[in-house]
Ligand binder design. Structure first.
Ligand code: NIG
Ligand code: FE
Length: 410
C-alpha cells in the first residue's frame, strides 16, 4: 500500500529525539511539500517538486494544511473513576493542593472511587477521555496506575490501562505508580507500604504479564521521601521496569538527582528545580518533562522552561491529565499554555510533544519524528503554518489523524 500526501503548505520534519539546542528551536521545515507512506511507514518526504513518481494506491490532498508528527502524551493519569470538581472549587477559594491531600482528599479521594469500580467501569469512565485525546492529535499516550494503592487494586488499574489500549487505535504505554500516595491502611507506616508494593511475587507478575513498562513515584512532602522513592524504583528496576520520577513539583526534594542517579527515562514536573538539578540533567540521558497544565490549573509557579532549553536540554511536554492537578486532555491546549506561560515557541512545543516525548517513553527510534522508516503517525492540521496552531487557543485544528499509515475516523 503506497499513499501520498500532496499540497502540504508546511511540513515540520521533526527529527528523531532527543532533540535539543538549535534543532529544538528550528527543526527543518518544508514549504509546498509532499510525503509518501509505504506500509505504515514514512517512505519519503520533501519538496513537492522532488516527489517520486507513482503509481500510488491513494492520494490525500492536504489542500494547503500543515503536516506534523502525531502527538505523544508522555505523562498522564487518564484512567480513573469519579470526579473532583468540589476540590476544584475549594482550591479557587484558597485551599492548597497539599493541604487537601493531607486532609484525606486529593489522590485518596480518587483512590476511593477507583477501588469501588470494576475494570469494566474504569474502562468505561476512561474511554471517552482517550477518544477526545485522539481527536485532538494524541496518537500515543502513557497512562499511570496510582489510584489503587494496594497490590490487587494497582493490578486492576493496570488491567484497565491495557484494556483501553486494546479498544482504541491509540498506542498506550503503561506505568506502575503504586508510590503515588500512602493509602489510609498504612497511615504512619510508609516503609511497610513500599515493602508491600515492591513484593517480589507482585513485581514478577507485573513483569511477566507485561502490565507495565515503567515505574513511577511521587517524591514530595506528604507523599514519599527520596529514600523511599529510591527503594521503590530500585525494586521495580530489578524486574525490568524503567524508572520515572515526579520531581520537584511543589517543593525541591532532591528527586531530580535521584532520577539521574537511577538512569530514569524522565524526570517530570520540575517547577522547583535549582541549578544543580539542571547540571545533573545535563550530564544525563534523563528527559525533563514539563507539565504546564498544572501551572494553569493550580495557579502554581511555572517550570523554568527557557533555562532548561538554553542549558541544551531536550525538554518534553505532557498534559499530566488527572482529576486533581490538571484536568486537561488536550496536548494542543498544553502547547498554548507552554507558549504563553513558559515562553516556549510553537515549534519548540511541537518538538517537545513529539520527538522528545518519544524519548521520554524510549520510543524515539520508531515514533515522534518525520523520518524515513519511522512509523507513519501523522496529523493534518487546518492551519497554513505551525505557529497558527497554539495561537488559536482551544480551537480544534486537527483535521485528520493518521496512525500507522491509516486514516482514523475520530
Ligand atoms: O502529577 N503529583 C502527583 N500526581 C498527580 C496528581 C494526581 C492527583 O491529584 O490525582 C500530578 O500532578
Ligand atoms: Fe503526574
Amino acid at each position: 500500500m503506497r499513499t501520498r500526501l500532496t499540497n502540504i503548505a508546511q511540513l515540520v520534519a521533526v527529527p528523531p529525539g532527543p532533540v535539543s539546542g538549535p534543532t529544538l528551536s528550528c527543526p527543518p521545515i518544508f514549504r509546498d511539500a509532499a510525503l509518501v507512506i509505504e506500509d505504515a511507514k514514512i517512505a519519503w518526504f520533501g519538496s513537492a517538486t522532488d516527489a517520486p513518481q507513482g503509481p500510488y494506491d491513494k492520494t490525500i490532498d492536504v489542500t494547503g494544511g500543515t503536516v506534523v508528527p502525531g502527538l505523544i502524551d508522555c505523562h498522564t493519569h487518564t484512567v480513573f473513576a469519579g470526579s473532583r470538581e468540589e476540590e476544584f472549587v475549594r482550591k479557587i477559594g484558597g485551599a492548597g493542593y497539599l493541604e487537601i491531600l493531607e486532609a484525606g482528599g486529593g489522590i485518596r479521594s480518587t483512590m476511593r472511587a477507583v477501588r469501588a469500580a470494576s475494570v469494566e467501569q474504569l474502562v468505561a469512565a476512561s474511554l471517552p477521555r482517550l477518544q477526545r485525546m485522539l481527536a485532538s492529535g494524541t496518537t500515543t499516550v502513557e497512562i499511570k496506575s496510582g489510584y489503587g494503592l494496594s497490590p490487587e487494586e494497582e493490578i486492576k488499574m493496570l488491567r484497565a490501562v491495557r484494556a483501553v489500549g486494546e479498544r482504541l487505535p491509540i498506542e498506550v504505554v503503561p506505568t506502575y505508580l503504586a508510590a503515588h500516595a500512602l493509602p489510609p491502611e498504612f497511615d504512619g507506616r510508609p516503609d511497610a507500604y513500599i515493602a508491600a508494593v515492591t513484593e517480589d511475587a507482585l513485581l514478577r507478575r507485573i513483569a511477566d504479564e507485561k502490565l507495565a513498562e515503567f515505574a513511577d513515584v511521587f517524591t514530595e512532602r506528604g507523599a514519599f521521601t527520596v529514600e523511599q522513592s529510591r527503594r521503590f524504583l530500585e525494586a521495580c528496576a530489578r524486574h525490568g521496569l524503567v524508572p520515572k520520577v515526579h520531581a520537584e513539583q511543589i517543593t525541591q526534594s532532591g528527586a531530580t538527582q535521584l532520577a539521574v542517579e537511577l538512569g530514569a527515562a524522565s524526570a517530570d514536573h520540575l517547577e522547583c528545580v535549582d541549578d544543580s538539578d539542571i547540571a545533573a540533567l545535563k550530564a544525563s540521558r534523563t528527559i525533563p518533562v514539563l507539565l504546564p497544565g498544572c501551572t494553569f490549573f493550580l495557579g502554581t509557579p511555572a517550570a523554568p522552561a527557557r533555562k532548561l532549553i538554553d542549558a541544551g536540554l531536550p525538554v518534553a511536554l505532557a498534559t499530566d491529565c488527572n482529576p486533581g492537578s490538571s484536568m486537561i486532555e488536550s496536548l494542543p491546549l498544553v502547547m498554548s499554555i507552554a507558549c504563553t506561560m513558559l515562553k516556549m515557541t510553537p515549534v519548540e512545543c511541537l518538538v517537545a510533544c513529539t520527538a522528545n516525548a518519544a524519548a521520554a517513553l524510549k520510543r524515539q527510534h520508531r515514533i515522534g519524528a518525520i523520518a524515513v522508516g519511522h512509523q507513519a503517525d501523522l496529523l493534518i492540521l487546518d492551519v497554513t503554518n505551525v505557529n497558527a496552531w497554539p495561537y488559536r487557543v482551544g480551537v480544534q485544528a486537527v483535521r485528520t489523524v493518521i496512525k500507522q499509515g491509516r486514516v482514523l475516523q475520530t
